[in-house]
Design a protein around this ligand. Structure first.
Ligand SMILES: C[S@@+](CC[C@H](N)C(=O)[O-])C[C@H]1O[C@@H](n2cnc3c(N)ncnc32)[C@H](O)[C@@H]1O
Ligand SMILES: O=C(O)C(=O)C[C@]1(C(=O)O)C=C[C@@H](O)C=C1
Length: 246
């Protein structure tokens, strides 16, 4: 149903900044699975974590939903009465396909949680009271100076007992750790069939648009945003996922 990612396979004289456009949307499931170590496990586990924390009659947000993989997982796992999912992305190509995928899923589930897909910018989208918020590899694409305000708004929207699930690529302050995990990540990509050219060109494409933070920066910012406690529940190489509690 989706194509194999060959977007960076031919040499470019100048690599353009990475954008979530039509071409990327077309290959995205293949791209993210071959690029993010542990992605399938993270997606499945988001469903489990959401199921544990979703409160009856509450909203769940999937911010930067892309094709709705996390939303689909939550719809498979969340059993609380009366929950609804709002999935938001600012890439039109993603939103259009996400709606198609979710309609296809409707037919496969007995009583699917209602899920609405919105074309919008999460930086200024007004959030209603909610019990679970997912930022699965999205915050790293938000401008660094806008990250604290976004997390603060998420914290304010979360009801008591609510959680934020935050997955990110990590940077490491220690140079040896950074180099070691970065090289292992490239080995992961090579093992998944990406050539050195594809790896190098993708690296240039995301250099200025995807800016990862360190674990310490995340924890400090989550605390500043008003979360009482946050911890990692998954890490594979330089990719991790955290839970932040209200
Ligand atoms: C790596 S993808 C997320 C993957 C997805 N959450 C998943 O679980 O498969 C990042 C997504 O965030 C979206 N995004 C980035 N900045 C955004 C913003 N300010 N508002 C809404 N969506 C944003 C991009 O369009 C892209 O679809
Ligand atoms: O860090 C990289 O090399 C990646 O390809 C990572 C990453 C991500 O973490 O979102 C970057 C862009 C694509 O959305 C898929 C994967």
């Amino acid at each position: 149903m989706t194509d194999v990612d060959k977007l960076f396979a031919t040499p470019f004289s100048k690599v353009a900044d990475f954008a979530f456009d039509e071409q990327v949307a077309r290959v995205f499931p293949d791209m993210i699975k071959r690029s993010v170590p542990g992605y399938p496990t993270i997606i499945e586990s988001i469903g489990l974590i959401a199921a544990q924390h979703a409160q009856p009659q509450s909203l769940i947000y999937d911010l930067g939903c892309s094709l709705g993989a996390a939303t689909q997982s939550m719809r498979r796992h969340v059993g609380s009465e009366g929950c609804q999912i709002v999935a938001i992305d600012n890439a039109a190509a993603m939103v259009e396909r996400c709606r198609e995928y979710l309609s296809a899923q409707d037919a496969m589930l007995e009583e699917p949680l209602p899920a609405q897909v919105v074309l919008g910018d999460i930086v200024n989208y007004p959030l209603a009271p909610c019990s679970v918020v997912v930022l699965n590899f999205t915050l790293q694409f938000v401008k660094p100076e806008e990250r604290l305000a976004l997390l603060t708004r998420i914290r304010q929207a979360l009801q008591p007992g609510g959680v934020l699930i935050l997955s990110e690529k990590l940077n490491f302050a220690d140079t040896n750790t950074q180099q070691s995990l970065e090289q292992l990540h490239y080995a992961f990509k090579r093992a998944n069939g990406y050539s050195d050219l594809e790896i190098a060109q993708k690296r240039s494409a995301i250099e200025y648009v995807m800016l990862p933070d360190t674990q310490e920066q995340h924890q400090q910012r989550l605390q500043q945003a008003g979360f009482s406690h946050s911890h990692i529940w998954f890490q594979c190489l330089n990719f991790c996922s955290m839970i932040a509690h209200t």
